[in-house]
Design a protein around this ligand. Structure first.
Ligand code: 5GP
Ligand code: MG
Ligand code: MG
Length: 184
């Protein structure tokens, strides 16, 4: 039996496993410095792309925290954000008076996070901030206050480490650009 080699569908690795680990660690040190002296931090992972970031970031943080999840849909069938966001799974946590940190995989148009930030800020949280592993150039066009960004990447469609193409490639350990033959 031939074992598939999903890594071979990647033409260019943008962030290796090691670079991802360093980026997560840097983010964790900054978050600890800001939230370290209280024990009320709630990190909210945006399903499904942020699963890997959440798992690694939570373990890199050496402070008390609780975790919750939201699922939103902002894309129609295409690869462009529509700006129309639907909540598919809401928080299980009442965030009144809480310090909330939204954890995202990537910011492209920023439309999803703008909406999510505004939505969570209506719920009486003490604070709502954003941590995103990756940010694309488009994101600078929107008025979006992102407190923690891992790395800025070029404008390419990337997969791996939670990020999918047609729900696949989330299990790649690195983040990279898909080979054209995958699309066709
Ligand atoms: P935005 O609303 O900022 O345009 O996009 C938000 C969501 O679109 C991200 O959380 C992510 O799920 C998806 N997305 C944006 N860019 C990419 C990309 O390059 N690759 C993948 N796999 N998903 C992306
Ligand atoms: Mg996402
Ligand atoms: Mg996706």
């Amino acid at each position: 039996m031939d074992i598939q080699d999903i890594e071979s569908d990647i033409t260019e690795v943008l962030l290796s496993e090691e670079q991802i680990a360093e980026t997560i660690s840097d983010l964790a040190r900054r978050i600890e410095a800001d939230y370290g002296d209280d024990d009320d931090l709630l990190i909210v992972g945006v399903l499904r792309g942020a699963v890997m970031v959440m798992a690694d970031l939570a373990r890199a943080l050496r402070i008390h925290l609780t975790m919750d999840w939201m699922a939103v849909s902002s894309y129609g069938s295409g690869t462009q954000s529509s700006g129309v966001v639907r909540i598919l799974k809401d928080l299980d946590t009442d965030i009144t008076g809480r310090k909330v940190l939204i954890v995202e995989d990537i910011i492209d148009s920023g439309l999803t996070l703008s909406w999510l930030l505004a939505n969570l800020r209506t719920r009486g949280a003490e604070s709502v901030e954003i941590c995103a592993l990756l940010r694309k150039p488009e994101a600078v066009k929107v008025e979006l206050d992102v407190k923690y960004v891992g790395v800025d990447i070029p404008n390419a469609f990337v997969v791996g480490y939670g990020l999918d193409y047609a729900e696949k490639y989330r299990n790649l350990k690195s983040i990279g650009v898909l080979a054209p033959h995958v699309y066709s």
